[in-house]
Design a protein around this ligand. Structure first.
Ligand code: COA
Length: 420
């Protein structure tokens, strides 16, 4: 079966997490992704957080599936010429260098357009144009600068970063969408364009509802925040909301059977208005159905914590999976807090290819997260990440059409040797 992005060739000059997640996604959708790496070391993540000596780390392998790897010193004169040829041969150049690094390699937008007017130049940067545009940025910096940290955590604690990599992988997703849109527009215009996904902007986009609340706050307290029911006054900025739901249906994380010893024996429980009566019956509080203090969503707002404490008395008598089994048929929205161990072992995720076992020649089998987007006519086969420079000769001959003697000349020039 064909793939959605078949025929699209990507020059992948990304490293660490944000850029690689974008190009991995495009590779899964069928693009030919050529990862260009620094000779000798390659992407820094190859050697970061290693669990097996001298073997590509899981950090690298899990972010670089279905790609080919070429090594090239892009600061070497001959290396620059090879880089220019690759720009001519590809449809998209994706990069997430620190600001200015691509230009210092000679790849200004003007030069790229001269070489290939159809080229799409896609970049992740920490910040867009403005006071911080020259700054280097990593995941947690973006979470802080994009509004996630100030709105995450408990009211009486410090700002918190989340485990979900919304700054890196989230921005990678945004960039991938921009690239696909630019490819689509190129079909009509014949021209490439620049696509920029700043990490701060991507995080803020994912924190959209918190900017919603910032504006609502100017018109009065945020009544669905449990802070309101506890009588704690609001300040002038969207507060940290603990485990409040963030939507119009109140929710909270509740203890389940075994919580004393199992750190993940919890469920998220939503008191959706439509099923309030069923919740009351379930937890042994049928009188709350008619009680004016509890019968309507508005009446309940100032007692949310008391309501959740009462529901918790019930959830503590059940495992999180029993809570699911009992609540789902009643239409009560609940979700178990699943550990990484439980997710790794979950058969349904294995069956859909969202959790996949991949074999690697140096590390052996390992688990990874496969493509989370399912296209019915573009199936994904997750292939292991490339070894450093594994496809250098193949790309020089097959993509650039160079002869054996031309490849030998490039090697002799030192352009494939370690960067000084
Ligand atoms: N040949 C020769 N030189 C190469 C090369 C190659 N194949 N590949 C990279 N280099 C050089 C670059 O040209 C640059 O040199 P320069 O500073 O002299 O111009 C150097 O390697 C380092 O690149 P840089 O991007 O600055 O890496 P860093 O390790 O200093 O910073 C980040 C890492 C992630 C902080 C930075 O790249 C960044 O802010 N990126 C944008 C935001 C981002 O994506 N952050 C999230 C990462 S998950």
């Amino acid at each position: 079966m064909s793939k959605a992005l078949e025929g699209v060739r990507i020059l992948d000059m990304t490293h660490v997490q944000s850029g690689p997640t974008c190009t991995q996604l495009l590779a899964w959708l069928g693009a030919d992704v050529i990862k260009l790496e620094r000779p000798g070391t390659g992407d820094a993540t190859r050697s970061q957080l290693r669990d097996i000596p001298d073997v590509d780390s899981l950090y690298f392998t899990m972010l670089n599936h279905n790609k080919r790897s070429i090594t090239l010193n892009t600061k070497h004169e001959t290396g620059k010429r090879v880089l220019d040829r690759l720009v001519e041969a590809c449809d998209v150049l994706v990069e997430n260098f620190a600001p200015g690094a691509l230009e210092r390699m000679g790849l200004t937008w003007e030069h790229i357009q001269e070489l290939n007017p159809r080229m799409i130049l896609a970049s992740v940067k920490g910040f867009g144009p403005g006071p911080y545009e020259d700054c280097k940025v990593y995941e947690n910096v973006a979470q802080c600068a994009g509004g996630a940290a100030s709105t995450t955590g408990f009211l009486d604690g410090p700002p918190l970063v989340t485990g979900a990599q919304i700054g890196d992988s989230g921005t990678g997703l945004h960039l991938a969408l921009g690239i696909v849109a630019a490819l689509f527009q190129r079909e009509r215009t014949g021209r490439g364009q620049k696509v920029l996904a700043p990490m701060q902007d991507g995080v803020l986009n994912l924190c959209r509802v918190k900017l919603r609340d910032q504006q609502r706050l100017e018109r009065g307290p945020l009544k669905e925040y449990s802070q309101y029911g506890r009588g704690i006054p609001f300040g002038d900025a969207t507060p940290r909301a603990g485990n409040d739901s963030g939507g119009g249906q109140p929710g909270w994380i509740l203890k389940c059977k075994g919580w004393e010893t199992d750190p993940n024996a919890y469920v998220y429980f939503i008191t959706q208005a439509a099923v309030w009566g069923k919740i009351c019956d379930l937890i042994g509080k049928p009188e709350w159905k008619e009680d004016p203090g509890y019968a309507t969503p508005d009446a309940r707002l100032d007692k949310l914590m008391h309501i959740f404490e009462t529901i918790e008395e019930w959830t503590k008598t059940k495992t999180k999976f029993e809570v699911m089994e009992i609540c789902n048929p009643l239409g009560i929205p609940v979700g178990p807090v699943l550990s990484m161990k439980e997710l790794a072992e979950e058969p349904s995720l294995r069956a859909t290819g969202t959790v996949v076992e991949v074999d690697h020649p140096e590390r052996g089998p390992y688990l990874t997260v496969g493509c989370p987007i399912k296209l019915s006519d573009s199936p994904v086969e997750v292939k292991r990440s490339p070894l450093l420079g594994e496809h250098t000769d193949e790309i020089l001959s097959q993509v650039l059409g160079l002869s054996e003697s031309e490849i030998a000349e490039i090697k002799a020039s030192g352009a494939l040797g370690e960067v000084g």
